[in-house]
Design a protein around this ligand. Structure first.
Ligand code: GDP
Length: 285
């Protein structure tokens, strides 16, 4: 899905999420475990305000587990009504914690309701996140069937529907979609490297330069092993030349084709050919 985020669209998205917040007890904020800060909406704290929230580090299967652990510590230190869990929505790993943690965070509210004689009901939740972070995959997985297909048809207003997750939890079937942070160029590169934004938005060679510099600094062994490099050249053009030559990304005349090399590197990162990678860590903040 591609969404062009103009100020009008952002305002509308914010309004829609704010409306949905009135219906629910708790927010599940979905982020990409490989870039948990870059894949957040910049105004999320303000938009969600006082609702309890669980930060779900999704696609944890693709992230560096050592760094994911650091992120969990980082987010879990922050406050009593915000917790974080690492999950993999494709296989369902980690999802069983969501319901129990929600109950914990809402215990006081529900106890109070009960003491006032209000009949017990299921916890109501909303999933929010930027495009491509895995919202539909998660809803489908939790609902155990295919209900979250984006079936929006122009002119047809669909009523809000609840999806049952066991007996004690209900989810709104349409997630809250919010925009990512665009202002910071590094954020753009991280989103592009992980495939969260379309490749046409940022030049592919620029994305590959970012990714290769990051790998050189944080995962030099993976880079050396994957492309059979004895040494990693310091100069980025030399690094492109080395990889392009090794992998046969050539133009006629025997020159390295930088577009092809960039495309190869980015594709292989996304296909986990260089292993599980995280592109930001709490230490950098
Ligand atoms: P949405 O735009 O937030 O609804 O994102 P989607 O649910 O459409 O997911 C975007 C892409 O990420 C799809 O290709 C999913 O298969 C993939 N995806 C979602 N969750 C996971 C996950 O936990 N692990 C992996 N490896 N891929 C995931």
């Amino acid at each position: 899905m591609t969404i062009q985020w103009f100020p009008g669209h952002m305002a509308k998205a914010r309004r829609q999420v704010t409306e949905k917040l009135k219906l629910i007890d708790i927010v599940y904020e979905l982020v990409d475990a490989r870039i948990p800060v870059s894949s957040r909406n910049p105004m999320i704290d303000e938009i969600v305000a006082n609702k309890p929230r669980i930060i779900l580090l999704n696609k944890a299967d693709m992230a560096d587990s050592r760094i994911t652990k650091q992120w969990l510590d980082y987010f879990n230190l922050k406050g009593e009504t915000t917790e974080a869990i690492a999950i993999d929505s494709q296989t369902g790993k980690g999802l069983q914690q969501i319901s129990s943690l929600s109950k914990e965070l809402l215990k006081e509210k529900f106890d109070k309701m009960q003491s006032r004689g209000i009949r017990p009901r299921a916890i109501r939740a909303l999933i929010v996140g930027i495009p491509n972070v895995g919202k539909s995959t998660l809803i489908n997985r939790l609902a155990k069937k295919n209900i979250a297909q984006t079936g929006d048809r122009p002119g047809v207003t669909k009523a809000q529907q609840w999806v049952k997750v066991g007996k004690e939890l209900e989810l709104l079937d349409t997630p809250g979609i919010l925009w990512p942070k665009f202002e910071d160029q590094m954020v753009g590169y991280r989103l592009a490297t992980t495939g969260a934004i379309k490749d046409t938005i940022i030049n592919l060679q620029d994305i590959a330069v970012f990714a290769l510099r990051f790998l050189t600094e944080h995962y030099p062994d993976r880079l050396r092993d994957r492309y059979a490099l004895e040494e990693i050249p310091e100069d980025i053009v030399d690094l492109f030349d080395a990889i392009g030559t090794k992998r046969g990304c050539m133009m006629s005349g025997g020159h390295v084709d930088y577009d092809k090399t960039a495309e190869l590197v980015i594709r292989e990162i996304r296909q986990e050919k260089l292993g599980k990678l995280s592109f930001e860590s709490p230490v950098q903040l």
